[in-house]
Design a protein around this ligand. Sequence first.
Ligand SMILES: *Cc1c(COP(=O)(O)O)cnc(C)c1O
Length: 389
Amino acid sequence: MKNRTLLMIPGPIEFEPAVLAAMGAPTTSHVAADFIEAFGQSLERMRRVFMSENGQPFILAGSGTLAMDSVGANLVEPGDRVLVICTGYFGDRYAALLKRYGAQVDQVTAPVGGRPSLEDIEKALKQQKYKIVFVTHVDTSTGVIADVPGTATLAAQYGALSVVDGVCSIAGEELNMSAWGVDVALTASQKAIGVPPGLALFVVNPRAMQAFKGRKAPITNYYADWANWLPVMQAYEARQAGYFGTPAVNLVWALNVSLGQILEEGINARVERHRVLSNACKAAAAALRLNQVAIKPEWAANTMTALRYPPGITGAEFLPRVAKAGAYLAGGLHPDIKNEYFRIGHMGATKIGDVLATVGAIEFALIQCDYRFESGSGVSAASKAIFRT
Ligand SMILES: *Cc1c(COP(=O)(O)O)cnc(C)c1O
């Protein structure tokens, strides 16, 4: 595999060999006894990874967008007022999605790279009664991490449900659904969960399930209707077969392996590892005078880093050179600054050596772009940050 280039983007990420091996095994029946066991075990493991004591996990074939969509379809009734806390593109997108289901959507926003303060959020909650507050844990378009425990606490205080888009955070950033009072948390397989793209994963805690069961308006999405999937999830967890749509059998086999690895590493140790990798990457950026999109260091996520190009350097000249030196990075996503920054993912199976190699590749590309800096200073800062932590 010597021609291999590191895939250091905020999803899909690189996957553990055991996960890929599970994916490549011959496909079983979705009602085979061993598959029922793997599916049931995955549901139980999801509850532990999401730190939900008594929530209902769902595993659907689809991407993270389906997870977002299904929450909208099942919790929003026409005319419901909902509040979306925005820290980038994915928050704006959630607002657009919720309108499709007839929600009246208000947004609390911040300048690009910023995040609304809890005061801003509370002000909105005081002015208007909302049924649901949506928050993106890590907005992948800016690398900004939201204050999820603070937001969930406020939502509960003002009688609203809280929904966390954790696609770029779950299994990489700290999340404790039960302790924080988060009502729904959702993710996709291909980010910190560590499984190739194709699974929408979410856990619905009891308050949100009650809201779903008590809804009056019919659900206008057929595939995503929880009433169709709930009996299937309950059956598999009771180690029986269920059917509504064929599960993504190979992906579920892989998911069970990855969730097993995550729990074996330990959630706390895993979050700490992400913090160390992130600190290294951010220390390198600072040494190379590359500014983060996140306005304050404490607003920057641990699963990824979003960095502005130095003046005069464009993505078109920079990114292919980084790739040639060994690491694929992602370009910009936020429409307001799309061409002004790039993104590095460092989640899941990422190792210290991967981060050092990536920083080295970035330095190599910067030299080729005639950027003036002390060569080696980024790698040195990254490695010092690792030894400090
Ligand atoms: C990637 C991502 C999504 C969308 O997930 P897909 O699997 O691409 O549909 C949603 N929200 C956040 C925060 C993401 O990072």
